[in-house]
Design a protein around this ligand. Structure first.
Ligand code: NDP
Length: 239
Protein backbone atom coordinates (compact mmCIF):
# COMPACT_ATOMS: atom_id res chain seq x y z
CA UNK A 1 0.00 0.00 0.00
CA UNK A 2 1.68 3.22 -1.10
CA UNK A 3 -1.00 5.87 -0.64
CA UNK A 4 -1.21 7.71 2.68
CA UNK A 5 -3.94 7.74 5.29
CA UNK A 6 -6.85 10.18 5.00
CA UNK A 7 -9.25 10.93 7.86
CA UNK A 8 -12.88 11.76 7.03
CA UNK A 9 -15.35 12.97 9.64
CA UNK A 10 -19.08 12.52 9.10
CA UNK A 11 -18.54 9.67 6.64
CA UNK A 12 -21.73 7.78 7.47
CA UNK A 13 -23.88 9.62 4.89
CA UNK A 14 -24.02 12.28 2.21
CA UNK A 15 -20.85 14.09 1.18
CA UNK A 16 -18.63 12.23 3.66
CA UNK A 17 -19.73 8.78 2.47
CA UNK A 18 -19.28 9.76 -1.19
CA UNK A 19 -15.81 11.13 -0.40
CA UNK A 20 -14.87 7.95 1.45
CA UNK A 21 -15.90 5.78 -1.51
CA UNK A 22 -13.97 7.93 -3.96
CA UNK A 23 -10.74 8.25 -1.97
CA UNK A 24 -10.83 4.56 -1.13
CA UNK A 25 -11.23 3.71 -4.83
CA UNK A 26 -8.15 5.86 -5.41
CA UNK A 27 -6.23 3.58 -3.06
CA UNK A 28 -6.12 5.50 0.23
CA UNK A 29 -6.40 3.83 3.60
CA UNK A 30 -9.04 5.71 5.56
CA UNK A 31 -10.14 6.54 9.07
CA UNK A 32 -13.90 7.15 9.02
CA UNK A 33 -15.59 8.84 11.98
CA UNK A 34 -19.28 9.33 12.79
CA UNK A 35 -21.75 8.36 15.49
CA UNK A 36 -23.51 5.70 13.37
CA UNK A 37 -20.78 3.05 13.24
CA UNK A 38 -23.02 0.62 11.36
CA UNK A 39 -23.37 3.08 8.48
CA UNK A 40 -19.59 3.45 8.29
CA UNK A 41 -19.14 -0.31 8.26
CA UNK A 42 -21.83 -0.76 5.58
CA UNK A 43 -19.55 1.13 3.19
CA UNK A 44 -17.31 -1.97 3.41
CA UNK A 45 -14.19 -0.18 2.19
CA UNK A 46 -10.80 -1.93 2.22
CA UNK A 47 -7.92 -0.70 4.43
CA UNK A 48 -10.40 1.36 6.43
CA UNK A 49 -10.78 1.84 10.15
CA UNK A 50 -14.29 2.86 11.23
CA UNK A 51 -14.80 4.38 14.66
CA UNK A 52 -17.92 5.56 16.45
CA UNK A 53 -16.71 9.02 17.41
CA UNK A 54 -18.67 12.15 18.21
CA UNK A 55 -16.33 14.82 16.89
CA UNK A 56 -17.43 17.25 19.57
CA UNK A 57 -15.30 15.02 21.85
CA UNK A 58 -11.73 16.15 21.17
CA UNK A 59 -10.13 13.32 23.12
CA UNK A 60 -12.07 10.69 21.19
CA UNK A 61 -11.03 12.21 17.85
CA UNK A 62 -7.37 12.23 18.91
CA UNK A 63 -7.54 8.65 20.16
CA UNK A 64 -9.04 7.39 16.88
CA UNK A 65 -6.48 9.28 14.79
CA UNK A 66 -3.67 7.84 16.92
CA UNK A 67 -5.00 4.31 16.41
CA UNK A 68 -5.32 4.79 12.63
CA UNK A 69 -1.82 6.29 12.34
CA UNK A 70 -0.39 3.31 14.19
CA UNK A 71 -2.03 1.00 11.68
CA UNK A 72 -1.63 2.92 8.42
CA UNK A 73 1.09 5.53 9.03
CA UNK A 74 0.74 9.30 9.35
CA UNK A 75 -2.45 11.04 8.22
CA UNK A 76 -1.67 13.05 5.09
CA UNK A 77 -5.10 14.69 4.98
CA UNK A 78 -8.24 15.25 6.97
CA UNK A 79 -11.63 16.08 5.54
CA UNK A 80 -13.46 17.94 8.31
CA UNK A 81 -16.91 17.28 6.93
CA UNK A 82 -19.18 16.36 9.87
CA UNK A 83 -21.85 19.01 10.28
CA UNK A 84 -25.45 19.63 11.17
CA UNK A 85 -27.93 22.22 9.88
CA UNK A 86 -30.82 23.05 12.19
CA UNK A 87 -32.81 25.84 10.59
CA UNK A 88 -34.95 28.12 12.72
CA UNK A 89 -35.80 31.63 13.82
CA UNK A 90 -33.62 33.20 16.49
CA UNK A 91 -36.82 34.26 18.34
CA UNK A 92 -38.08 30.72 18.93
CA UNK A 93 -35.50 28.13 17.88
CA UNK A 94 -34.57 25.85 20.81
CA UNK A 95 -31.29 27.32 22.05
CA UNK A 96 -29.69 23.89 22.44
CA UNK A 97 -29.76 23.68 18.63
CA UNK A 98 -27.32 26.61 18.52
CA UNK A 99 -25.04 24.70 20.89
CA UNK A 100 -25.19 21.60 18.71
CA UNK A 101 -24.27 23.53 15.57
CA UNK A 102 -21.47 25.52 17.19
CA UNK A 103 -20.02 22.47 18.96
CA UNK A 104 -20.04 20.32 15.82
CA UNK A 105 -19.64 22.69 12.87
CA UNK A 106 -16.99 24.90 14.47
CA UNK A 107 -15.36 23.05 17.35
CA UNK A 108 -15.54 19.73 15.47
CA UNK A 109 -13.40 21.27 12.71
CA UNK A 110 -10.90 22.48 15.31
CA UNK A 111 -10.82 19.06 16.98
CA UNK A 112 -10.17 17.21 13.72
CA UNK A 113 -7.52 19.70 12.72
CA UNK A 114 -5.72 19.56 16.07
CA UNK A 115 -5.60 15.77 15.92
CA UNK A 116 -3.56 15.75 12.69
CA UNK A 117 -1.84 19.14 12.49
CA UNK A 118 1.15 18.68 14.84
CA UNK A 119 2.24 15.63 12.82
CA UNK A 120 1.76 17.48 9.53
CA UNK A 121 3.81 20.43 10.76
CA UNK A 122 6.57 18.13 11.96
CA UNK A 123 6.66 16.37 8.58
CA UNK A 124 6.28 19.62 6.61
CA UNK A 125 3.42 18.24 4.54
CA UNK A 126 -0.31 17.55 4.77
CA UNK A 127 -3.72 18.86 3.76
CA UNK A 128 -6.62 20.07 5.88
CA UNK A 129 -9.87 20.16 3.92
CA UNK A 130 -12.77 21.89 5.64
CA UNK A 131 -16.30 21.51 4.33
CA UNK A 132 -18.01 24.86 4.74
CA UNK A 133 -20.88 26.02 2.53
CA UNK A 134 -22.10 28.75 0.20
CA UNK A 135 -23.78 29.71 3.50
CA UNK A 136 -20.27 30.50 4.75
CA UNK A 137 -20.23 33.62 2.57
CA UNK A 138 -23.89 34.50 2.07
CA UNK A 139 -26.96 34.39 4.30
CA UNK A 140 -30.31 32.65 3.75
CA UNK A 141 -33.68 32.89 5.56
CA UNK A 142 -33.87 30.95 8.86
CA UNK A 143 -30.18 30.06 8.68
CA UNK A 144 -28.82 32.54 11.26
CA UNK A 145 -27.00 30.19 13.62
CA UNK A 146 -26.00 27.83 10.80
CA UNK A 147 -24.50 30.60 8.66
CA UNK A 148 -22.68 31.86 11.74
CA UNK A 149 -20.97 28.47 12.04
CA UNK A 150 -20.14 28.29 8.33
CA UNK A 151 -18.80 31.87 8.21
CA UNK A 152 -16.64 30.72 11.12
CA UNK A 153 -15.38 27.73 9.13
CA UNK A 154 -14.36 30.02 6.27
CA UNK A 155 -12.66 32.39 8.71
CA UNK A 156 -10.78 29.79 10.70
CA UNK A 157 -9.68 28.00 7.52
CA UNK A 158 -8.26 31.19 6.07
CA UNK A 159 -6.47 31.99 9.30
CA UNK A 160 -5.16 28.44 9.59
CA UNK A 161 -3.82 28.64 6.04
CA UNK A 162 -1.88 31.78 6.95
CA UNK A 163 -0.56 30.03 10.04
CA UNK A 164 0.68 26.82 8.40
CA UNK A 165 1.41 27.68 4.75
CA UNK A 166 5.09 28.38 5.33
CA UNK A 167 5.43 24.98 6.99
CA UNK A 168 4.18 23.25 3.83
CA UNK A 169 0.67 22.35 5.02
CA UNK A 170 -2.26 23.10 2.72
CA UNK A 171 -5.69 24.30 3.84
CA UNK A 172 -8.66 23.96 1.50
CA UNK A 173 -12.21 25.22 1.99
CA UNK A 174 -14.99 23.45 0.10
CA UNK A 175 -18.17 25.53 -0.19
CA UNK A 176 -21.09 23.68 -1.74
CA UNK A 177 -24.55 25.03 -2.43
CA UNK A 178 -27.49 22.72 -1.78
CA UNK A 179 -26.56 19.02 -1.94
CA UNK A 180 -29.02 16.11 -1.87
CA UNK A 181 -28.23 14.50 1.51
CA UNK A 182 -29.75 13.92 4.95
CA UNK A 183 -28.74 17.41 6.10
CA UNK A 184 -32.18 19.07 6.01
CA UNK A 185 -33.88 16.15 7.75
CA UNK A 186 -32.62 17.22 11.19
CA UNK A 187 -34.48 20.55 11.17
CA UNK A 188 -37.53 20.31 13.41
CA UNK A 189 -39.68 23.09 11.93
CA UNK A 190 -41.85 21.46 9.23
CA UNK A 191 -42.80 24.75 7.54
CA UNK A 192 -39.17 25.78 7.18
CA UNK A 193 -38.36 22.35 5.74
CA UNK A 194 -41.20 22.62 3.23
CA UNK A 195 -40.08 26.11 2.18
CA UNK A 196 -36.49 24.90 1.76
CA UNK A 197 -37.60 21.97 -0.42
CA UNK A 198 -39.67 24.38 -2.57
CA UNK A 199 -36.64 26.70 -2.92
CA UNK A 200 -34.48 23.75 -3.96
CA UNK A 201 -37.04 22.62 -6.52
CA UNK A 202 -37.31 26.13 -7.97
CA UNK A 203 -33.53 26.12 -8.33
CA UNK A 204 -33.76 22.95 -10.41
CA UNK A 205 -32.60 20.59 -7.68
CA UNK A 206 -29.46 20.13 -5.64
CA UNK A 207 -26.00 18.72 -6.34
CA UNK A 208 -25.26 15.02 -6.08
CA UNK A 209 -22.82 14.40 -3.16
CA UNK A 210 -20.50 12.66 -5.64
CA UNK A 211 -19.85 16.05 -7.29
CA UNK A 212 -18.63 17.46 -3.99
CA UNK A 213 -16.50 14.37 -3.37
CA UNK A 214 -14.84 14.92 -6.75
CA UNK A 215 -14.10 18.55 -5.86
CA UNK A 216 -12.45 17.40 -2.63
CA UNK A 217 -10.40 14.79 -4.49
CA UNK A 218 -9.42 17.40 -7.12
CA UNK A 219 -8.07 19.77 -4.50
CA UNK A 220 -6.23 16.97 -2.73
CA UNK A 221 -4.56 15.50 -5.80
CA UNK A 222 -2.80 18.73 -6.84
CA UNK A 223 0.94 18.72 -6.22
CA UNK A 224 1.81 19.60 -2.63
CA UNK A 225 3.25 22.88 -3.93
CA UNK A 226 -0.27 23.94 -5.08
CA UNK A 227 -3.08 24.88 -2.71
CA UNK A 228 -6.60 25.10 -4.08
CA UNK A 229 -7.69 27.54 -1.40
CA UNK A 230 -11.40 27.41 -1.98
CA UNK A 231 -13.88 25.65 -4.24
CA UNK A 232 -17.41 27.06 -4.45
CA UNK A 233 -19.82 24.83 -6.35
CA UNK A 234 -23.60 24.82 -6.62
CA UNK A 235 -26.40 23.61 -8.85
CA UNK A 236 -26.54 25.84 -11.91
CA UNK A 237 -30.05 27.01 -11.07
CA UNK A 238 -29.16 28.09 -7.51
CA UNK A 239 -28.93 31.89 -7.16
P1 NDP B 1 -25.52 14.51 6.15
O1 NDP B 1 -26.50 14.83 7.23
O2 NDP B 1 -25.88 13.48 5.14
O3 NDP B 1 -24.10 14.11 6.80
C1 NDP B 1 -23.65 14.66 8.00
C2 NDP B 1 -22.58 13.75 8.57
O4 NDP B 1 -22.10 14.31 9.80
C3 NDP B 1 -23.10 12.36 8.89
O5 NDP B 1 -22.15 11.41 8.51
C4 NDP B 1 -23.25 12.39 10.40
O6 NDP B 1 -23.04 11.10 10.93
C5 NDP B 1 -22.10 13.29 10.77
N1 NDP B 1 -22.26 13.82 12.12
C6 NDP B 1 -23.32 14.52 12.62
N2 NDP B 1 -23.12 14.81 13.90
C7 NDP B 1 -21.90 14.27 14.24
C8 NDP B 1 -21.12 14.24 15.41
N3 NDP B 1 -21.55 14.84 16.54
N4 NDP B 1 -19.94 13.59 15.39
C9 NDP B 1 -19.51 12.98 14.26
N5 NDP B 1 -20.18 13.00 13.11
C10 NDP B 1 -21.37 13.65 13.10
O7 NDP B 1 -25.21 15.90 5.46
P2 NDP B 1 -24.15 16.38 4.35
O8 NDP B 1 -23.42 15.27 3.76
O9 NDP B 1 -24.89 17.31 3.50
O10 NDP B 1 -23.19 17.27 5.26
C11 NDP B 1 -21.79 17.18 5.25
C12 NDP B 1 -21.22 18.59 5.38
O11 NDP B 1 -21.57 19.34 4.21
C13 NDP B 1 -21.74 19.39 6.56
O12 NDP B 1 -20.66 20.09 7.16
C14 NDP B 1 -22.71 20.38 5.91
O13 NDP B 1 -22.86 21.54 6.66
C15 NDP B 1 -22.01 20.61 4.59
N6 NDP B 1 -22.86 21.15 3.53
C16 NDP B 1 -23.97 20.48 3.10
C17 NDP B 1 -24.80 21.03 2.15
C18 NDP B 1 -26.09 20.39 1.72
O14 NDP B 1 -26.93 21.06 1.08
N7 NDP B 1 -26.30 19.11 2.00
C19 NDP B 1 -24.48 22.32 1.52
C20 NDP B 1 -23.26 22.91 1.99
C21 NDP B 1 -22.49 22.34 2.96
P3 NDP B 1 -23.74 10.51 12.26
O15 NDP B 1 -25.13 11.03 12.31
O16 NDP B 1 -23.64 9.03 12.02
O17 NDP B 1 -22.87 10.96 13.39
Amino acid sequence: MTKPLIVITGASSGIGAATARLLSAQGHPLLLLARRLERLEELALPHTLCRRVDVTDRGAVEEAVGEAEERFGPADAIVNNAGVMLLGRIADQPADEWDRMIDLNVKGVLHGTRAVLPGMLARGTGTVINVSSVAGRKTFPHHAAYVATKFAVHALSENLREEVAAAGVRVVTIAPGAVETELLSHTGDEQIKTDYEAWKKAAGGALDPQVVAEAIAYAYRQPQSVTVREIVLAATGQE
